[in-house]
Design a protein. Structure first.
Length: 223
């Protein structure tokens, strides 16, 4: 269980020196795009499984229930709130932050029609579990490009730097907080939601650990 002790995004040979690098080496861009694509497939698997939405969508549902906003607008408000929390945490957006929204959304849209939509409960849970693993692996690849994290990943890495706790603990705490708030506000929680809330932290940590271990000979000391 050594992967659960990961405390930082590792620096490897393809990592960018700064998030504001808008002309990164091709290899850096490739790992970013591949990671985000795998991330998007994982999100699509969660949707196709039909076992429950992600914790942050539950929060958006709850916010919409209380305010009358549509799920789309509520999701936007939640995303903006998360980005505002970056300011005191001194997180820096970059090319990866922009592409995070574009690539993941596009991959979900393109892949969803071709993914299985099981009706049996066990298959739904299995597909949701596979989705969580894909999101974790995708995160491990795209974050090591160091071109800027997505909103939730930036909140995760920022809080990790402040607290010093392992990434798995930080991410799990964030997801549990989001789903609890959403449920209290009236959002709907499913088995897939809980699987994501408790599994995504270890999954992201596993993804980062796997990338670091696989490219150990090229890795530098983690920040």
């Amino acid at each position: 269980m050594k992967f659960l002790t990961v405390r930082a995004v590792p620096t490897v040979s393809w990592s960018s020196s700064h998030p504001h690098n808008f002309a990164p080496p091709l290899v850096t861009l490739v790992f970013l795009l591949v990671g985000l694509s795998i991330f998007g497939i994982g999100e699509a698997l969660l949707v196709a499984a039909g076992a429950g939405v992600s914790p942050w969508t539950v929060l958006a549902q709850g916010l919409g229930t209380q305010t009358g906003m549509s799920i789309g607008w509520a999701t936007f408000v939640v995303s903006v709130a998360v980005l505002l929390l970056w300011i005191p945490l001194k997180q820096i957006p970059g090319l990866g932050t922009v592409l995070n929204a574009i690539i993941i959304s596009a991959v979900i849209e393109l892949s969803l029609p071709y993914l299985p939509h099981p009706e049996q409960y066990l298959l739904q849970v299995s597909e949701a579990f596979l989705g969580v693993l894909c999101v974790g692996l995708g995160s491990g690849l795209y974050l090591t490009a160091r071109l800027g994290p997505g909103p939730r990943d930036g909140l995760m890495t920022g809080l990790q730097q402040v607290t010093g706790f392992p990434i798995a603990w930080v991410r799990t705490s964030l997801e549990i907080t989001a789903v609890t708030m959403g449920w209290l506000l009236g959002g709907t929680v499913g088995v897939g939601t809980l699987l994501f809330a408790f599994g995504i932290g270890p999954s992201v940590s596993l993804g980062l650990f796997a990338v670091s271990a696989a490219f150990a000979e090229n890795a530098q000391k983690s920040e």
